[in-house]
Write a protein that binds this ligand. Structure first.
Ligand SMILES: [Mn+2]
Length: 322
């Protein structure tokens, strides 16, 4: 039913604004680029505007240049009465491009977040899907349109990123079936993995080395802490470092149940990432310090030196691992 309404929306409307959440990730970008392939087949016109320019590492995808970052001159000049918003649980999460929606704008909301606010006129929300890319692939199928190679590459990126490289517990048989079809459509998994995960900067390696060096084990090896100090983060190398995924390093030590990465962005101001296994609730632990997230992945901001922050965190984590 949701698919039928979405298809009617696409068939009967035109001149779509496409957008996703701020700092669009591999799934947001991949899903939009896949959607562009579909809209081209349907002979529709579109404009892609996001608050931020997507990550440069995704620029190998065809049609990547269709992404335009929002600028204030657009306001007043551009007004869209039809929009397709993908992979964003709330309308506010798309940021500034929301100002380009006409008062009576009709929105097709495509997503897989359980927490979706279903803000669209038509909501195509499939929480059992691993990625929004999987939902977009479902649109191709129901329209009986073959997935072209450029769209296949883009959808594969969404699938790979949102399943943590086909590793998280959302990596279902359905995900592999779609991945297999995308490979049949021309996707080369080795090339895409290389672009996404094996083309990082030297600054990232320097940062990673510092994180590895800082790892300490506590509570009989059940908790691993790590950190990056402000001296490094504000150095020429540190400024460009992308710390996404660094917390997986202490987490991937045998026996570790809770991993901590403390980023001291400025002296005395930190951002903490927490990960866990065995359903230890790091959402609750982060909540004690005003943060939150998911049961197995969360974060918070804390004030104090790295040593002080670490001591407070260990006191909070201790009861969960004893
Ligand atoms: Mn997603």
């Amino acid at each position: 039913m949701e698919f039928e309404k979405a298809i009617e929306f696409l068939r009967t409307r035109d001149n779509f604004l496409l957008s996703s959440h701020v700092n669009p990730d591999g799934d947001g970008v991949g899903s939009i680029l896949g959607m562009l392939g579909l809209l081209q087949k349907l002979g529709k016109n579109y404009t892609v505007i996001t608050e931020d320019k997507p990550q440069e590492k995704l620029s190998f995808l065809q049609r990547f240049d269709e992404f335009t970052p929002y600028n204030h001159e657009m306001k007043g000049k551009l007004s869209f009465s039809s929009a397709i918003i993908i992979d964003s649980p709330h309308l506010e999460r798309i940021g500034t491009p929301a100002q380009l929606l006409a008062k009576d704008a009709q929105i097709l909301n495509i997503d897989h977040h359980v927490s979706s606010e279903r803000f669209g006129t038509v909501n195509l929300i499939i929480p059992s899907a691993a990625a929004s890319a999987q939902v977009v692939a479902g649109l191709f199928d129901r329209l009986k349109i073959a997935i072209d190679q450029d769209s296949a590459d883009a959808l594969y990126v969404g699938l790979s990123v949102d399943t943590g490289r086909f590793r998280f517990n959302n990596t279902t048989a359905e995900v592999f079936r779609l991945a297999a079809r995308l490979v049949e459509a021309g996707v080369q998994p080795d090339l895409i993995a290389d672009e996404l995960y094996y083309q990082t900067s030297m600054a990232n390696k320097t940062g990673l080395a510092k994180v590895l060096e800082s790892i300490e084990l506590h509570f009989d090896g059940k908790v691993a802490t790590s950190f990056l100090g402000h001296e490094f983060l504000n150095s020429p190398d540190g400024k460009d470092v992308d710390t996404e995924g660094f917390v997986n390093q202490p987490m991937s030590i045998e026996g570790v149940l809770v991993a901590v990465l403390i980023r001291e962005n400025e002296k005395g101001k930190t951002r903490v990432s927490l990960r866990s296994r065995n359903d230890i609730d790091v959402n609750a632990i982060a909540g004690q310090f005003g943060g939150g997230g998911h049961v197995r992945a969360s974060g918070c901001r804390m004030e104090g030196s790295i040593q002080e922050v670490k001591a407070k965190l260990l006191a909070a984590i201790g009861p969960h691992v004893k």
